[in-house]
Structures are given as C-alpha cells and as structure tokens.
Design a protein around this ligand. Sequence first.
Ligand SMILES: [Zn+2]
Length: 313
Amino acid sequence: MRVVLAASGFAVAFALGCSGCGGTGEASVPPPPGNEPGSDVTPGTPSPGPGSPSPSPSPSPAPTSTGTTPAPPAGPPAALSCLAQLYVGTPVASSSATAGAWSLRLPDMTELAWDDAKTKTYDDRLATPDLEDTLAMPYLLGTIKPITVVDDDPGRIRSDALLKATFGGTSAAVQAKLVSVDFVGQQVKFHTRAAAALGKVSVRLKQLIAQTPSLSVYVTGELGGTFEWRPIANTNRLSAHSYGIAIDIVVSKSNYWEWEKTANGPLVWKNQIPQAIVDAFEAEGFAWGGRWYHYDTMHFEYRPELFAAACKP
Ligand SMILES: [Zn+2]
C-alpha cells in the first residue's frame, strides 16, 4: 500500500500533469523533446507518417447485411500515445500478439509490446519490461520523504530498446548527438533532445543560488558527470547516463544504496540533497534517484513521461 498524494498542493498539481509549469502555470505536458529548440531529428529512419497503416477507429461503422456490427478496433491506450509523443515510434495494433494488443513500432520497424500479458517479478520487469511496466509506478512530487516500500522505484524500470531507438543505440551514436550545456557555470555534455530541459534546470538553479548561496555546493564544483556509456553497477542493464540524459550532481554529498547496503535487511534510505534542488530538476521533467527505494541521490534523469498526466497507464 502506498500513499498516492503528497501533502502539498504543489504535489497535487504536478500529479495532475503540471510538469514544467513552474511558476508560470502553463502547459500541462512537457513539450516532446524533438519539438524543442535545438533538438535533432529522430535518429534512424523517419517515423511512419499519417499514411502508414496505423489503425484508427472507424467513427461510425455501418451495420452489416447480417445485422451484426463488427466492433471497431479500439484506439491505442492513451498512455502509449503519450509515450510515442515524447520518444520515437508509432502505436500500432500488434502484428503477432493477441488480438487487441498494442505495440509501439520503432523507426526500424521492430515492435515493443505495450502489455506483454506476462506475470513478472520486480526483477523480471527491470530486465524485460513491457512499455506499460516502465510507467506503472507513479512518480510522486512534493516533500522529500524516506522511501521505505521495498522496490518502490518509479522510473527505474526503463525500456532500453525505446531509449536506444530514441537517443542512440551505441556509444558512438549517442556521442554524435551530445551538445554542450551550461550547467550552473560548467559546460557539460548532454543529448540534444534533453539539452534544453537541462538548460532550464540550470536557469532555475542559478536563481535559487542567487537567493540562497549555500545551495551552490550541490551543483557546482566537482560533479559526478553526465554521459558515460556503461552498465548500471552490478547489472548488464545500461545506465541512463549511456543515453546522455542523466546528470550526477555533487558526489560527496550524495547517498547511493549500493554503497550502503548490508548483507541482510532492508535498505535504509538516506539523503542530503535539499528540497529546492530536487524541485528545480523535477519542474523540468527530471526524475530524481532519491525518490527510489534503491536510492541514488546524486542522480537526475530526463524522463518527461513520468510527469505527464496523459502518460499514466
Ligand atoms: Zn547517475
């Protein structure tokens, strides 16, 4: 059992889809990365256009001569359409799966299942998620709280296939898409699709530091880094850093579950990162590793789908 809403109205507003609104109260969904200024075109082949055989429900199917009315194909799940807006691919009726199943067809024509209908453990979902699994845990905003529910890791389940298709499938492919971003006075490399969002975080952080100079120690000086093509420690899954969409802030003031786990017993959540720093990142679509049972409090990654109301399955 988990508490769904944090106490503040701020959190509720975000849960209802106010990501990116900050103090301006504007758009409810972050703009698709590909639509942001300076972002690149989709890697690989273009997504199929409107003329592709993407199914759409017939608005008013005529009754047949036998008097039966075939059920129109249902449209894709709204959350799948939302995901397709923020990444690459087109929702399609699955070509090989159960009738009524949906997939995301990637630019290379492979299909990722929306719901593979398998019963999975948490480790199964980490290793072989369907797209719905990647969105299933609600990401909660608001007051920082210890995470005590085992495996409560919203955003930690990722589809590597979708991330590779969107950001690059090899180290060289991702590196070709990296651009320099001013991050609170330091130039860091970030994927061009996420660079504008990181730049907006930087603007917020500079404003914060102007008001509260003591916050500078968390985001200036020696950072943990951004792009690095590497697996997550002790796994064969790629880190979000591999795609140039993650940044680790100050390591010396951070806590990471792998450093502090014991042979037995549950993890004990720890954090030293202030609320205002976390809020600045989350306002621009970055998920924070401090919201995870498997905590990694220096870590922020650009995951706009976790903040978009329309992407909730
Ligand atoms: Zn990290």
